[in-house]
Design a protein around this ligand. Structure first.
Ligand code: SAM
Ligand code: SF4
Length: 498
């Protein structure tokens, strides 16, 4: 144990590269001006409805809102105006991403961590936590279950921050995941997009992840409020360094990773401040790097093993405020994907879908090694927090179909170079939504044929028929090529995309 601790300590030293922060600072300052944010929130307490109406027109034109506009939206209380905001949010989502919902699964690779975040079950001071890091063989079993039995095509690999989960391990794990092919009923199951949620990395490390074909690199700032950040991330830990984390997306973009995902852990500080933080982050990336966030995440604080902050925090976000903040994020950063995870209960996820969510996980398990062990119950000593939605992928797909959405397993974007500045233009102009629609149908067809028995396919067939009719009407020039791909997929070919 002592040797382990010494090894961790020497690994921690030298991880943070100040020169990879300082070069992005302006006049020595980061881009989150706490006092200015509080001022803007105070100044926009009583927005009039004509102003809100103008703001909604701007969102519908897929333009990023200003901090003042975003602050104004958050203070709307009039039920009629709130309803107009919700309708605009859904219209924005449909314009940018059509009516597809992309699905994925998280895969937790280990729960060792050198940090001590007050809200997380993996914190180093949790001596009762059962710790494990998956071997490559164990990863193979997990992926066989996810891609071969459940039918996922997209994973997010989740790592604690620890020498056992260092960049060498990340690279090896990603290679393992991409290499696995599992026979299915009519084709092959494999993971086609590997996203990563990990601690902030240095530019040279990020370049290595890019070479392996990372999809999105996701890091949540947790809280943008400097003082709160310092309180929940004890001094002396790696994670205590606010700016190292804040600038990790600048480094990722410099390293060539075009798709970056930002997020805040809601419940640590005032939710309105955190929404402003996310907006300032998006603006900064647009301005300095030419590319805004590919996705925005908004985990809400959940109960976790031996943590009390979930019960004691004065900033816990009510369901009503949570749905409002989703609406505002949708309107403020209209081009970004929005991810709601199985932390939330089904009824909240259902309501969130109609506010412009674009991605959700399903069949989710977050215990280490849980997919292949068939462990039915959640066990808090090996998972980061407790889940709110443990429904299967099939149940989620059925519900999405009933709500008028098509589930998409599309992973085409980054493989066709539709990332970075190019994707920004496609998203803002609504052109990307057309690719979304085509690829949703092709990948949903694959899933139905590979993972559903003929008897159970009916609900999916209705969805596909409707989408094909819409494609014929809306995209007559692409329709013949699309139908050629569709027929080839029906005959057993796989992974054809636009
Ligand atoms: N260790 C890496 C880090 O902290 O960036 C990445 C993995 S961490 C397991 C992924 C995310 O889970 C964190 O960024 C945090 O937002 C979220 N999280 C941690 N504890 C949570 C809790 N109790 N409830 C909900 N989300 C939580
Ligand atoms: Fe470690 Fe991440 Fe959990 Fe913090 S949130 S203790 S860094 S795994």
């Amino acid at each position: 144990m002592e040797v382990e601790q010494i090894e961790s300590r020497s690994w921690i030293e030298g991880r943070i590269k100040e020169e990879e922060i300082n070069k992005f600072l302006e006049n020595g300052k980061d881009f989150i001006p706490d006092a200015e944010i509080e001022e803007k929130l105070a100044a926009n307490r009583k927005p009039d409805s004509a102003y809100i109406h103008d703001i909604l027109q701007k969102s519908l034109a897929i333009q990023t809102l200003t901090p003042d506009e975003t602050a104004a939206l958050m203070h709307v209380t009039d039920p009629g105006v709130l309803q107009a905001m919700r309708e605009a949010a859904l219209a924005v989502k449909k314009k940018v991403y059509d009516n597809r919902i992309v699905t994925f699964a998280p895969l937790y690779l280990g729960n060792y961590c050198v940090n001590n975040c007050s809200y997380c079950g993996f914190k180093v001071s949790n001596l009762d936590a059962k710790r494990h890091v998956l071997s490559q063989e164990e990863i193979r079993k997990e992926v066989e279950a996810l891609a071969g039995r459940i039918g996922h095509k997209r994973l997010i690999l989740v790592f604690g921050e620890h020498p056992m989960n260092d960049v060498d391990y990340m690279v090896e794990s990603m290679k393992t995941v991409y290499a696995i092919k599992v026979e299915t009923r009519h084709g092959t199951g494999n993971i086609r997009r590997v996203n990563v949620n990990a601690a902030p990395l240095a530019i040279a490390e990020l370049k290595r992840l890019n070479q392996i074909g990372i999809g999105t690199y996701q890091v949540f700032q947790e809280t943008y409020h400097h003082e709160t950040y310092a309180r929940v991330h004890p001094a002396g830990t790696l994670k205590a360094h606010y700016a190292w984390r804040l600038y990790c997306m600048h480094r990722a973009l410099e390293a060539g990773i075009d798709d970056v995902g930002i997020g805040a852990l809601f419940g640590l500080y005032d939710w309105k401040f955190e929404v402003m933080g996310l907006l300032y982050h998006a603006w900064e990336l647009e301005r300095k790097c030419g590319v805004g966030p590919h996705t925005v995440s908004f985990p809400r604080l959940e109960p976790a093993f031996h943590t009390s902050i979930n019960a004691t925090s004065p900033y816990k976000v009510s369901n009503e405020d949570f749905l409002k903040l989703l609406t505002v994020i949708r309107l403020a950063i209209p081009y970004a994907g929005m991810i709601i995870t199985a932390r939330e209960r089904p009824e909240i996820r259902r309501q969130a879908l109609n506010l412009g969510i674009t991605q959700m996980d399903a069949s989710t398990k977050i215990g280490i090694g849980a997919y292949s062990s068939d462990q039915a119950e959640q066990t808090e000593d090996i998972q980061q927090f407790m889940l709110g939605d443990t429904r299967s992928l099939e149940e989620v797909i059925r519900e999405l179909a009933q709500m008028g959405y098509i589930t998409s397993f599309c992973t085409a974007g980054y493989r066709c170079g539709r990332t970075g500045e190019c994707i920004m233009e496609l998203l803002r102009s609504g052109k990307e939504g057309k690719f979304c629609k085509l690829n949703a149908v092709l990948t949903f067809r694959e899933w139905l044929d590979d993972f559903k028995s003929d008897a159970a396919k009916t609900m999916g067939e209705h969805v596909i028929e409707r989408e094909i009719q819409e494609i014929r009407q809306q995209m007559p020039s692409i329709y013949p090529k699309f139908m050629e791909y569709y027929e080839r997929i029906k005959r057993g070919e796989r992974d054809l995309y636009f």
